[in-house]
Design a protein. Structure first.
Length: 676
């Protein structure tokens, strides 16, 4: 191995061709406290505890509603499937020792970062829980609490418990994303030596494990809280809380998930981008060595950042989006059912849980549809990985339409408005189409096969400045289409909900906001598969780094490069998907906030109401125009600058004497003036 003096002086001698290795750097594996506790329990005792736990869950579910039992069943089966996917991925070989050494170094760094970050977040969460407890103990009670006899202390403890459970589930969702990615990366690298399709299948199934756990945790956590509060508080019994007010007690769960997701995104994002920029600036720019070269000391930190930023943080982020969307839709469904005097409002309240339960089913089908081929030769023609992933997404979309229509008829049919379920099914279809457009728009702006990325690559040929200008203009321009799609979705869904036939006692239509909520559910009805594509990205990126650092043949690196390029597109796709769903969910949260303010003030909210769809869409469109016109201006500057650079280069090449003749520059001055 290379000695320190050789490294300091740069005299590599006979060690120049040797690969860099990481001997004995694997520290003791880190596991969260809850996993360490389970490991110390006898297997039989743990099995009995799990049976009792599942029995208790199904007992309170049966006392609440058959729908809750259905949700519990689907979530548990999705967890079983995720365990199968994990065992399948871990059964694949890890490749030669040099690959394993690099993978161990990445795993060690990722677990160390996770331990530091989440220990800090947990302490902050406990402190914030204490603050929330104090606020709820000393704030005034709402009319719903007074009518149901729910005291301040009970409300405070319920909110704090929901907050802590949401934070815990969000943390687990982030951890499982990181846990599987640091174990799947080396297996994808090893599979790339045999077949591109096998490497793709391993990466997708590893991402599918994380996605199913994230969505399943969000759904089952809310379902457990709902059923527990329903049984404990004796909901709908004389003198107790109404079932339409029960979703208000779940707000703490969403806040806990948002709290952890915020710091996970910030911490993981800062780490991954700092490591990425540092590694590329010194390695590629200053030293002129390839990306992921083993001589670059920052490569391991860069690969660690892919796991903690793009896997753990994104899992927590989408967990928070799904939890917030479910809770806000449950609140709006309960409010609408109460205003319309619907006899059995449970269908409108539990509808979001059913939609995401079907999401687990159809996304599982989409994940399992991506299979390997019989031809395992590494020299066989490589299929386009994006086309394969798109085929799986198309299957998921088709099944989502079928299950969403069935869910609306099952849950939202009411004799007061027999055709309302059709309107809400169309709202869900609007959301599904919106999700598809978001995936397509993001793919168009980030895939190397389309014009924007090729234009950016062309701008790089004229220098760093034109590259930056072109990149900024494309980024600004890319906001226009998503905003237009979101605006059309909000207006369409609100109109469909408003014309559903559901009216209050005064005859006013009340289904508009719930229609927007249903559209949001439709957009997130394929969330598990979209998250699978996101997790695929950093796993493929890590696999490429391991292949490069272990000095595998060029043919293997070509396979991982293609997977990495597709992974960059899928990562961007999920970001667009998450932002779009958050925009729809924010409209629902604005409405819920206005209702809460009106409840406490005991008078209607009469100020400028951003929860009105026309006002909200107007704000979106006005903001978008600024970005769009700025993009056009930057694009014009970039295109003109490229032409100027080309002309300058032409004259310097064709007229070498220009460097020694001041007068000869005059011709270029006039030409550039005319060009500009």
């Amino acid at each position: 191995m290379m000695i320190d003096d050789d490294v300091e002086t740069g005299n590599l001698g006979p060690y120049q061709e040797r690969p860099r290795i990481f001997p004995n750097m694997r520290s003791k594996p880190y596991n969260p406290l809850i996993f360490r506790v389970f490991k110390r329990i006898n297997v039989r005792v743990l099995f009995i505890l799990l049976l009792l736990g599942f029995g208790g869950i199904f007992y309170i579910g049966a006392r609440t509603s058959p729908i809750i039992v259905f949700v519990f069943t689907v979530c548990i089966f999705s967890f079983i499937l995720s365990i199968y996917l994990t065992k399948w991925v871990l059964s694949k070989d890890e490749g030669p020792p040099e690959m394993v050494q690099i993978s161990d170094a990445i795993r060690d760094g990722a677990e160390g970062f996770f331990r530091t970050q989440y220990s800090t977040i947990s302490k902050m969460a406990l402190l914030l829980a204490l603050v929330i407890l104090c606020i709820y103990l000393f704030r005034s009670t709402t009319p719903q609490q007074e009518s149901s006899g729910l005291g301040r202390s009970t409300s405070a403890y319920i909110t704090v418990a929901a907050f802590l459970l949401g934070a815990l589930c969000s943390g687990i969702a982030g951890y499982v994303g990181m846990w599987v990615s640091v174990r799947a990366n080396v297996r994808v690298s090893s599979a790339a030596r045999r077949s591109a399709r096998e490497a793709l299948q391993i990466a997708v199934r590893a991402g599918g494990f994380s996605a199913l756990v994230v969505v399943g945790m969000a759904v089952i956590g809310i379902a457990i809280l709902y059923a527990t509060f329903y049984v404990w508080l004796g909901v709908d019994s004389p003198g107790s809380m109404k079932v339409t007010d029960l979703p208000l007690l779940l707000v703490g769960y969403g806040f806990g998930a948002s709290f952890v997701a915020l710091f996970a995104q910030l911490g993981g994002g800062i780490f991954t981008k700092a490591a990425d920029v540092g590694a590329d600036l010194v390695g590629k720019v200053e030293q002129g060595i390839p990306e992921d070269d083993p001589r670059n000391p920052a490569v391991i930190a860069d690969l660690v950042g892919d796991n903690v930023g793009d896997c753990a943080a994104r899992g927590a982020d989408l967990f928070e989006s799904i939890a917030a969307e479910i809770i806000s839709a449950m609140i709006l469904g309960g409010t609408m059912a109460q205003r319309c005097k619907i006899e059995d409002p449970s269908g409108f309240i539990l509808f979001p849980l059913v939609v995401h339960s079907f999401d687990l089913v159809i996304s599982s089908v989409g994940i399992l549809s991506i299979r390997g081929t019989r031809d395992s030769s590494a020299k066989s023609p490589m299929e386009d990985p994006m086309a394969i992933l798109q085929k799986g997404y198309s299957i998921t979309i088709f099944l989502a339409v079928l299950t969403f229509v069935a869910s609306t008829y099952w849950m939202l049919y009411t004799e007061q408005a027999p055709s309302a379920w059709i309107h809400f099914a169309l709202c869900g279809l609007v959301g599904i189409i919106t999700a598809y457009f978001f995936v397509w728009i993001t793919k168009y702006y980030t895939d190397y096969k389309h014009g924007p990325v090729r234009a950016l690559a062309l701008a790089s040929s004229t220098g760093h400045g034109t590259n930056i200008i072109a990149g900024v203009s494309l980024g600004l321009e890319a906001t226009a289409l998503p905003v237009l799609v979101i605006s059309v979705s909000i207006i369409s869904a609100f109109w469909l909900g408003n014309t559903s036939g559901l009216v209050d006692e005064a005859g006013n239509p009340t289904g508009g906001l719930f229609g927007t909520a249903v559209a949001t559910m439709g957009m997130l009805s394929t969330a598990a598969y979209v998250l699978t594509m996101d997790m695929f990205g950093p796993i493929a990126d890590n696999a490429g780094g391991i292949v490069e650092m272990s000095q595998q043949p060029e043919s293997v690196r070509e396979i991982t490069d293609v997977l990495d390029a597709v992974g960059n597109t899928t990562k961007a796709t999920t970001k667009g998907f998450a932002i779009g769903s958050a925009a729809l969910a924010s409209f629902l949260l604005f409405s819920a906030y206005m209702d809460e303010v009106a409840t406490f003030a005991r008078e209607p909210f009469t100020q400028v109401d951003i929860a009105i769809p026309e006002v909200f869409v107007g704000g979106l469109l006005g903001s978008m125009l600024i970005f769009l016109f700025s993009a056009w201006a930057c694009s014009a500057v970039g295109r003109t600058a490229q032409e100027v650079v080309k002309e300058v280069r032409r004259q310097f090449i064709e007229r070498p004497g220009i460097m020694v003749s001041i007068c000869s520059c005059t011709s270029f001055f006039y030409y550039a003036l005319v060009l500009l």
